[in-house]
Write a protein that binds this ligand. Structure first.
Ligand SMILES: [Zn+2]
Length: 461
């Protein structure tokens, strides 16, 4: 029995870990590596194992860095089933289709403007074939992805449907108990339930380590701050642009605005969610109230649809998106992408970033070298789709919306696990420096066997 670390090893994206039990192979996640174009292209096309040799996949959640390379796996010969929770399957249906469409547009753009012929990683047909392989398993139901392996999903509280997987693998009379945390969410977040700790005793834990050594700032009155920013926007007679990830973050911010509307504190201002993907994702959120936390379920007794309120408009058509730009009255525009790298938010920024009455509100982390980072850092000149713009807009930030447990939260979460004398912990899904910080913190809590394997490392169990 062995585990091979095939992706998100000493880095954050491209989650893939291959569990071999006798001659059976189960892949934990099949994520897309995200980084500089050429490197990503190479890594995402070349698996370090033969896809045809994998018997089944267990998928922790729908984020693209965990699910986004499944269509490549299928295209390159994988014939098995993909096990995931029902919301994960439903989110994958829209997110993988969106990913295929982005790749098609990128390839077309590169061919037209740079004369480069790059085949998209996968197509809509590959996504359709991939979706036909899904088998959905709710939380707390045991399933058998291959003979000799029993698994159970627990709620990870990170994204709708996100799962922590408990795996019991038996070969030649010996059983290994393995936990794969996937991405771990946070306690007391809106909409989603808190992360659950599986009740088993584990020999091996594969845990994410994204925020090792770092803490999130806490925003105590998020609704109040949001309301203040909206009121300032109205006073300035301008537009409030909120770049937001379409899946998860957009639903969270709509939920906060819905709360303000229910309390009759939200001023009379039109609010637009301008993203087809966010609209589809919100439908999936509405289909799965079984994943909500108790506060949201309680709220639904008086407000059955917490993602809709008077004054909120979901915009799917391009023509309507353009009409918002021509509007003179103050409004709020929530649009993707969250880091302003692509999507309709770019058009809203082009039209408004140079105006003194515009406000741009950032809700989370912006990676280096992104337009979101440049704006959030207060740069006075930025390039948007090749043209230079002077920034006169007010820049605001609201922290405290991260979907990942930070250093202290992850330590507290792992502290809930039953300990065994020779329990081994493998850190995945983290940059090297974050992993080193988290490793030493774990060792300080009396866990001697903590490792952060590099890509390609094989560990015998
Ligand atoms: Zn995630």
């Amino acid at each position: 029995m062995k585990i091979e670390f095939c992706g998100a090893a000493q880095t954050v994206t491209g989650s893939q870990h291959l569990l071999s039990v006798g001659d059976k192979r189960v892949l934990l996640d099949c994520g897309l590596f995200q980084g500089r174009r050429e490197e990503a292209n190479r890594i995402n096309r070349e698996f370090i194992f033969d896809p045809a040799s994998v018997d089944s996949v267990i998928l922790s959640h729908a984020h693209i860095d965990h699910s986004g390379n499944l269509p490549s796996l299928v295209k390159r010969g994988f014939k098995g089933m993909i096990f995931a929770t029902p919301p994960t399957r439903d989110l994958c249906a829209i997110m993988l289709a969106d990913s295929a469409s982005i790749q098609f547009k990128d390839a077309t753009h590169l061919a037209k403007h740079k004369g480069q012929n790059i085949e998209p990683l996968y197509t809509a047909e590959d996504v359709a074939e991939t979706m036909s392989r899904f088998v959905t398993i709710p939380y707390h139901y045991e399933f058998e992805p291959v003979e000799g392996v029993n698994a159970t999903f627990y709620d990870a509280g990170h994204l709708l449907g996100s799962a922590i997987t408990s795996v019991h693998a038996t070969h030649r009379g010996k059983t290994s108990r393995i936990c794969f945390t996937g991405d771990v969410g946070r306690y007391n977040r809106p909409v989603l339930a808190d992360p659950e700790c599986p009740p088993d005793e584990f020999d091996v834990i594969l845990t994410e380590s994204t925020y090792g050594g770092r803490s999130h700032e806490t925003e105590h009155d998020l609704e109040g701050k949001l309301l203040e920013i909206i009121n300032h926007t109205i006073e300035r007679h301008g537009k409030l642009i909120i770049p937001a990830f379409s899946v998860g973050r957009t639903q969270e911010i709509v939920y906060y605005l819905n709360n303000l509307a229910n309390k009759e504190r939200l001023p009379n201002i039109p609010i637009y969610v301008d993203s087809p993907l966010a609209i589809s994702a919100t439908h999936v959120f509405r289909l799965h109230p079984e994943c909500y936390d108790s506060e949201t379920r309680l709220l639904m007794l008086s407000d059955p649809i917490p993602f809709d309120f008077k004054g909120l408009h979901y915009v799917r058509e391009v023509a309507e998106s353009k009409r918002i730009n021509a509007m003179k009255r103050p409004c709020v525009i929530i649009a993707g992408s969250g880091m302003c790298e692509s999507g309709r938010v770019l058009h809203h920024l082009m039209h408004n970033v140079g105006k003194r009455n515009t406000t741009v509100l950032f809700l989370g982390f912006n990676a280096e070298h992104t337009l979101g980072r440049r704006l959030a850092d207060g740069m006075k000149k930025v390039r948007i789709m090749g043209d230079e713009y002077i920034v006169r807009a007010h820049i605001e930030k609201l922290s405290g919306l991260s979907a990942h447990a930070d250093h202290g939260e992850l330590l507290a979460f792992l502290d809930k696990f039953k300990r065994t004398a020779d329990q081994r912990i493998f850190l995945v899904h983290g940059e090297l420096s974050a992993q080193e910080a988290f490793k030493s913190a774990l060792k300080d809590t009396g866990r001697p066997f903590v490792e952060n394997p590099a890509k390609g490392t094989v560990v015998e169990l």
